[in-house]
Design a protein. Structure first.
Length: 467
């Protein structure tokens, strides 16, 4: 944690505290308690070192409040400010550290499971903070007995919204001030690397979301029916649209924007009697956003896996799996009188190259020789790496004789390679088979393999066709 991070965390805490006060629709009452998000994210990103700046910030604010209330300094204020600071810092410290442990040590669980855990931790930390905060309040003042029972739910929900909305924003900003890399955080923002930073479509979607918020607030202020406020849950739809199609950083910004408009709006449009509904809507919208973030991440992971299974990493050629699915498609869409063949080839005595010159030279032979054959192919032909030093070429629209001739042409194209100081003449044995009507590609490959074995038995560096 850099020194600037201590100052930043302290200032963020104080800043969000006063910002929340601006958005309060009654004294100490607003839809969200933003500093809670700063606290939990501070511990999440910086670990236990976040304790000092957060404790000091809460202490500072509590002390100033006590002074303002009672007009003048009283040493008891120091004690009550300390208690308030502990009542806030300890629950969020525990929550943040637990969340950090959960996200960094249980990376083997999928993102959705980790998000469930995160939501539970956030909810428990906010509940603990609400209960301890109110207990300290009851304890330090004489006139406030009973506020624990009355106030715990509203406090909890307000804190929880603050945590859910502000923590992701802090997780974007704070890691820049950390000396450590936080790889477990990257997965949440994996989407950002794939998508271009295009502000225009995002802003359009954000305008839709904000218009929905304002429209519903106006409706709620005009129509006295209490059910109107429930329309605010619709806001989760444009927010979900943003999460699924835009960068995670934009989705984070939109969640904050929606919340700010709602927090100001309940006061401006005087619909504070429905504030619990609005808080719930914000919580649900945030929770949906958290889950939805895992969908683009999963999609990206699937794409990577699909690419891995379709392209051979060494030669960059399609794999047998892709070969089979492509050839099956071509054969299926062919007329009955169309002939197609495959030529399977294996490099001769390749093991010797590996043994004598090393695996790296062997790899280079596989890479270069396959690239040369690939460059010789016609547009309709397809080369894939089957396994080890065995490759397969799809030869469409050729009967077995034409295909045998073509395989011989390709065999002659196998190069004499110059790798470092070595001169390596590359040879190969080919087995050719025609795709029979109604036969699976696996069966054709099996027959071509038999022909290839025959070519090896007959002395290598030749083509054998099987009918
Ligand atoms: N360098 C390298 N070697 C590989 C790779 N995959 C498999 N091999 C090696 O390729 C060799 C395959 O040898 P074979 O085709 O069975 O035997 P061969 O020496 O080519 O002899 P014939 O096929 O009978 O002519 C084995 O030694 C494998 O270890 C790879 O990705 N890179």
């Amino acid at each position: 944690m850099k020194t600037s991070a201590y100052v930043l965390l302290f200032l963020f805490w104080i800043g969000t505290f006063y910002a929340a006060n601006i958005m309060a629709f009654a004294e100490f009452i607003s839809l969200w308690y933003m500093p809670a998000g700063v606290s939990i994210a501070g511990f999440l990103i910086f670990g236990k070192r976040a304790f000092i700046p957060i404790f000091l910030a809460v202490f500072f604010v509590s002390f100033r409040f006590a002074e303002q209330f009672e007009q003048g300094f009283d040493p008891a204020h120091l004690a009550s400010a300390t208690l308030f600071a502990l009542a806030h810092t300890v629950p969020y410290g525990l929550g943040g550290l637990l969340a950090r442990h959960w996200l960094s040590h249980f990376a083997q669980h999928g993102l959705p499971q980790r998000i469930i855990g995160l939501l539970v931790i956030y909810a428990l930390a906010a509940l603990l903070a609400a209960l301890s905060g109110l207990m300290v309040w009851e304890f330090t003042t004489e006139t406030n007995s009973g506020i624990l029972e009355e106030g715990w739910f509203a406090w909890w929900l307000g804190d929880l919204v603050g945590v859910m909305v502000i923590a992701p924003l802090m997780c974007l900003i704070l890691p820049r001030f950390s000396r450590k890399r936080l790889p477990w955080l990257d997965e949440f923002y994996a989407h950002d690397r794939r998508l271009r930073a295009d502000l225009k479509p995002f802003l359009l979607k954000l305008i839709v979301a904000v218009s929905a918020v304002i429209g519903i607030l106006i409706l709620d202020s005009k129509i006295t029916h209490p059910g109107v406020a429930y329309f605010v849950f619709f806001v989760s739809i444009p927010q979900l649209w943003i999460v699924l199609t835009e960068r995670t950083s934009y989705a984070t910004a939109s969640l904050v924007t929606i919340t700010v408009f709602m927090a100001f709006g309940v006061g401006v449009f005087d619909v504070t009697d429905q504030s619990i509904t609005y808080q719930f809507a914000l919580y649900i919208t945030a929770a949906i956003s958290y889950f939805a973030v895992s969908i683009p991440a999963l999609m990206q992971r699937n794409n990577q896996l699909a690419e891995l299974s379709m392209l051979d990493l060494l030669t960059d050629l399609p794999t047998k799996w892709l070969f089979k699915s492509l050839v099956t498609q071509v054969v299926k869409s062919s007329r009955p009188n169309q002939n197609h063949c495959i030529a399977l080839y294996n490099l001769d005595n390749f093991k010797k190259i590996n043994d004598e010159y090393g695996q790296t030279t062997g790899d280079e032979v596989l890479r270069q020789s396959s690239q040369i054959i690939k460059n010789e192919l016609r547009d309709s032909e397809l080369l894939c790496r089957c396994e080890q030093d065995t490759f397969v070429v799809f030869l469409p629209n050729l009967d077995i004789e034409e295909a045998t001739k073509r395989a011989n042409e390709l065999r002659h194209k196998l190069p004499v390679l110059h790798i470092d100081d070595l001169i390596l003449p590359i040879r190969g044995s080919f087995g050719v088979a025609q795709v029979q009507f109604g036969e699976s590609i696996d069966k054709t490959v099996e027959r071509a393999t038999r022909a290839l074995q025959q070519a090896k038995l007959e002395g290598r560096n030749k083509v054998v066709a099987i009918s």
